[in-house]
Design a protein around this ligand. Structure first.
Ligand code: NAP
Ligand code: GCO
Length: 267
């Protein structure tokens, strides 16, 4: 690799991607491995971790998988110590684990709202808080928070998710503000609409064989006229995890095919 591309290398780095048995987190972990990083991932139960490990092995990746509920601070603190002892102290954290509940706000229980906030906002706080001391000790660190279009826009039925992802954008900026002095860069990635299990209900073929109305809507709203693929996020994630972005901090990089820039195609 010529000298310049070395800036994008993750060789020798330890990366922890949360909720990465599949979906966006899995793709980001694959990209980090290809760039040279050691991979640690967690998921909420052993079945998912085992599924993830098999998937990583099928890609030739010796990923270290752990059961950990990222909303539980004791579990997170213990996991960070375990990763440090088994693989190495964490250089890169990707707060990827997330849930969504699509319910009209007035029909959503406070408990459901709190659950989304807990996973999508409180957990990134808990995980970042757990890794920052080690990053300070090492003199560098990268934290990438997986934000969303809903960090900028609202839509019907996703009030809790939008509140969480909007808060995650500001948590990203605050970690930058508070820990940038220790050579820690905290940035967000704002994926557009990506074809994963989380969005599968929005792409489901209708009983009459037609495309889901939301599928048609998103393609009309996207200049690229397509849903994103998890592969579209791999390059941006490696950039934000590497030395190539050491002066990029507090930024949310939207990987959305242009949705946020576009008024949408006339019906
Ligand atoms: P996904 O397919 O639902 O995967 C999310 C992963 O997080 C799953 O493995 C999930 O496990 C895990 N998880 C959930 N709660 C957890 C917890 N408490 N502790 C540990 N792991 C937990 O989602 P995705 O589409 O890959 O999205 C990943 C991230 O990108 C999320 O933060 C999402 O909000 C964000 N995002 C997605 C899109 C999109 O269009 N897909 C766009 C923008 C942003 P379970 O299987 O048990 O739920
Ligand atoms: C929804 C979708 C979105 C995507 C993503 C867009 O119901 O609107 O799930 O929220 O998951 O966050 O960036």
């Amino acid at each position: 690799m010529n000298d310049f591309l070395e800036h994008f290398s993750l060789t020798g780095k330890t990366a922890w991607i949360t909720g990465a048995s599949y979906g966006i987190g899995f793709a980001i972990a694959k990209a980090f491995h290809a760039a040279g990083a050691r991979i640690a991932f967690n998921d909420i139960n052993q079945e998912l971790v085992d599924k993830g490990k098999s998937a990583y092995q099928a890609e030739g990746i010796d990923a270290h998988g752990y059961v950990c509920d990222v909303t539980d601070e004791d579990q997170v603190q213990s996991l960070v110590k375990r990763i440090q002892s088994e693989i190495g102290s964490i250089d890169i954290l990707v707060n990827n684990a997330g849930i969504i509940r699509r319910v009209p706000m007035t029909e959503m229980s406070a408990e459901e709202f709190r659950k989304v906030i807990d996973v999508d906002l409180n957990a990134p706080f808990i995980c970042a808080k757990a890794v920052i001391p080690g990053m300070i000790a090492k003199g560098h660190g990268k934290i990438i928070n997986i934000c969303s279009m809903m960090s900028e826009l609202g839509r019907e039925t996703v009030s809790a998710y939008a509140a969480a992802k909007g808060g995650l954008k500001m948590l990203t900026r605050n970690i930058c503000s508070e820990y940038g002095q220790y050579n820690i860069q905290c940035n967000g990635i704002g994926p557009g609409y990506i074809a994963t299990p989380q969005t599968a209900p929005l792409r489901q073929t209708q009983p009459d064989g037609s495309r889901h109305p939301f599928d048609q809507f998103i393609c009309a709203k996207t200049p690229a006229a397509r849903w994103g693929a998890v592969e579209d996020l791999m390059g941006p994630a490696v950039f934000l995890a590497s030395d190539a972005s050491n002066f990029v901090n507090g930024h949310v990089l939207y990987v959305d095919g242009g949705i946020l820039a576009y008024i949408g195609k006339q019906p």
